[in-house]
Design a protein. Sequence first.
Length: 102
Amino acid sequence: MTSETSPSPAATDGATPDDELLARLDAADRLPGAERLRSRSYDLLGAGPCSTVLDVGCGAGRAVAELTERGARAIGGGRERAHDRRRAAAVAGGGPAGRGPR
């Protein structure tokens, strides 16, 4: 594992396993080409206005936030849905974190 995909010591100091996983997902999302790959996958899904996407095991919620920005009704499902919505809002810079059932 490279330093690009390893969480920083600050990210894991006293962190829960979920926090460590989210730190790793965030690191992977910063790798070169990751944004382009996600965008292409959304294109292949046909995700946009008038579409609904369920992201099962949405992790950090980045896809939910990005799909919502495209106009899709994006619903993130994970072990802690409230945590998923907070993370998606943070990833989107404070924007809506999906419009699924609460």
